[in-house]
Design a protein. Sequence first.
Length: 646
Amino acid sequence: MKYRLRKPIKWLAVLLALVATILGTAGSSGGNTAQAFPVKGLSFFGMNLYITGLERPKPERYALLDDALDLGVQWSREEMSWANIEIRQGVFDWIQYDFWVNELVKRGIKIVGVLETTPSWASGVRSNEPDWYWYAPKDPVEYGNYAYEMALRYKGKIDVWELWNEPDVEITFKCDCDRAQKYADMLREGYNAVKRANPDATVLIGGLSIHDTYDGGMQFLDQVVADSGGQLNFDVLSIHPYMPDRPPESTDPRTVVQNFPYRLEMSYQWLAAHGAPDKEIWITEDGYSTCSECGNLGVSEEEQARRLIRLYVIAMGAKNVTHFSYFQLKDKFNAGPADLFGNMGILRNDLSQKPAYTAYKVLTQQLGDATFAGLGSLARGVDNRWQSQFDRYHYKFTKGDQTIQVLWNIGAPEEVDVPVDSQNVTLVMKDGSRLTPSVVDGKVHITLSEDPVFIDEEPAPKGITGLPLDPAIDSASPTGFKPSSRFESYWQTQGGLPLFGYAISPERLEESPTNGETYIVQWFERARFEYHPEHAGTLNEVQLGLLGRQAVSTQKFESIAPPQDVQSVCVQATGHCVWGRFLTRWQELGVPVVGLPLSDQYEEQSTDGKTYVVQWFERARFEYHPENQAPYDVLLGLLGKQLFEP
């Protein structure tokens, strides 16, 4: 993570300190300690937004807040820079941090506050020295005092605190000392201080730059614990399991090449070995870079999107992993093409969206509030002497009474049949596109690739459980579909192609937007057919959906009196009348096909640019085409095509 500091405004800081004293915002020591689990309102989906980053222009911060809400981001990891806030000992500049913390809170985004960087007065390093703010404080007690002030001031707004960032490496934790001992002392002071100020707060250990067994990361943590007298002075293990040089699932059977699942399992095993198998693990940074001038560390934007989904799905199925804040939404410094971490953003420098933006949004829509239900039957293991390895991944999740399966493979695409328990199935791709597959013998046939696919299974509603759905495929039809066996008779006898148009979907289960009930339906160009088993054997067994009412649900039509010299019928229930050729056609088709009038006749421009006389009914929109011979001078509008969602 990169960081730059602004120059402090001394007179403003002094004034703010005086105001804080008058208002009683300065904290004092005291209190007890407590452990807070589970974290209230915890969501799996977070993002390193860095809204409090003083480098960002104000308009950009507001744009990112809007994007965060659009994406479904529930948590933001924010840098609460000691070097920018307590610019002189005991003198605090709260204004900008207060403002942006409040902006996050107003939007319902919870915050992980990272207590990092050191002011010159605490480190002894002048502010004109390179990277002066990354030097460790001389006295860890001063860091604890700062942690206390922060936890006290933001209690109720920030109740999760991470103590420093990547303290295992020189670039972000500079000290001419025993680095593990120094950090252990700061961790102890910070943990106890936060708990004194806010006993219900949750404390994260600082995520490491190198989080593995063989390159020093876990040895650093072991030393920190040893230098803490065996105490784990944190509530949550924060990890940064970056592996930019390989895909998440990568393994090599010849060597101990770690992959993402291995690092998650290793984190759990480390906690268990230190007597804390129930502590949570939060991924507070991880991602993939689209840097174009960084050798084999960069990937394409499409590859970034597919790996993002795979990272999250694997993490949701791992032991004790309960949160993942992706790195990052957008770089604060408008990274150049050689910048590895800056190009991990899912927004470009101009705030335009990379494919990974949509992939993250699909993730939150699909798996937000979902629960991991285990591996699916198509998961395929591969022999590896060093670690678990798969070349086909299959995860199952539940969300209420809905089942969501996620699948992908590594290597060449392959055809598979995926078992499903529902006839109402939708495929969702990483770009948000949706397909309705045919369910044959309790399976859907799909092509697996390294692009993950979500399989949404809606539960079978009461009354139609076990009824097979007709795929109604017809290669000779212009739309690829035909009237299903369930609806064919009604389609033919009630008007056929001229009235309803071609079928544009297979049968599927669908919740009616007008009454919330679920029906077997089939869409046509001008109508939606609904099957009502409660009326089996009667004329009401097949009914037309209320597409007209659905299309104009937000419109209000003024009543127009019919001409005095023509026959008309006025409907008191809706306050509208039917006359002329529309009346004749309405009487021919009947209320079951057309419904009651929702408007009177008026002129409206159609999609072909021409103006027609139209009238809205509950199930249809009449259009007058004088160029046609009766009865085809009155046509039903293409409401099916207008409202259908694949």
